[in-house]
Design a protein around this ligand. Structure first.
Ligand SMILES: Cc1ccnnc1
Length: 272
């Protein structure tokens, strides 16, 4: 793959650091000609036999995957530059902070709102999984809000994402320990189902597969919400809820008004 070799600061004025990724730093930037704001992700290239920096083939995989996706809940890639030490992705600016920080800052969160946020994550995941793309690093810091005050959710950081066809095997020990699926920990084949565990997990600190719903947090959460999460935190990935099953779960797609009222009447206590 060929990337632009001219200096990135010819076209873009670089600003402050706004985030970090795998071997990467992300800076706010502004296109000089239009004033439009973007994010510039500087990914250090691995040099020599070292372990620091990302392998060029992995960077190219991230670019290829981002190039294949176009969805309102997936971060957009606009341009790619390369120097001898770095590859620079010009990405959509997503600076509304982490969704889960926004949620936990609210003292009361009605399930209607929680469900609508999860629905956006599911929509983004459905776009990926229908293309056999697994994100493989879903966790609160990679689920952001478009901008302050926005409720638009964006999935970011595809540094670990992989295309894993239905018949393919892909094993890797990576991701973030607290949120990775059991098959990652036991080095078994990963799949798009690994993302489904991470979605269930982003709601709960699960110590092991036999998690307990802590009554302090779940006393007022409807059985529907608990059932939704219970179907995601399943050790056997073949039995774990798929994106399609999640999209049709009554907590996400109420089959009748009663369930909507049930969700509205119960709130999730976000006190920590
Ligand atoms: C952290 C980040 C990454 C990409 N776009 N905006 C923000």
């Amino acid at each position: 793959m060929e990337f632009k070799k001219e200096p990135v600061d010819l076209k873009y004025e670089l600003g402050d650091d706004i985030g970090k990724g795998h071997f990467a730093t992300v800076k706010r930037c502004r296109e000089r000609a239009t004033g439009a704001e973007y994010a510039a992700k500087f990914i250090r290239k691995r040099r020599g036999g070292g372990r620091r920096g990302a392998k060029l083939e992995d960077i190219e995989k991230e670019i290829e995957i981002l190039g294949e996706t176009s969805h309102r809940n997936i971060i957009n890639l606009y341009d790619v530059y390369e120097t001898n030490r770095e590859v620079i992705l010009i990405l959509e600016l997503v600076d509304g902070g982490e969704l889960f920080e926004y949620l936990s800052a609210k003292d009361k969160l009605c399930e209607e709102e929680a469900s609508s946020f999860i629905k956006q994550i599911l929509d983004g995941l459905e776009h990926l999984h229908s293309r056999y793309i697994a994100h493989l690093d879903l966790k609160p810091e990679n689920i952001l809000l478009q901008e302050k005050g926005s409720t638009a959710v964006k999935l970011i950081d595809f540094g670990l994402s992989r295309k894993i066809g239905p018949k393919e095997e892909h094993r890797a020990l990576m991701g973030t320990a607290e949120f990775v699926a059991p098959e990652v920990v036991s080095f078994e084949p990963l799949s798009v189902a690994s993302d489904m565990w991470s979605i269930g997990e982003t709601y709960h600190n699960v110590t092991a597969v036999n998690y307990q719903f802590d009554d302090e947090y779940f006393s007022s959460t409807s059985e529907l919400a608990k059932d939704f999460i219970r179907k995601l935190l399943v050790k056997d990935q073949r039995k774990r809820a798929t994106i399609c099953e999640c999209q049709n779960h009554p907590w996400i797609k109420p089959k009748e008004k009663r369930q909507k009222d049930l969700r509205r009447s119960s709130v999730i206590n976000t006190e920590h």
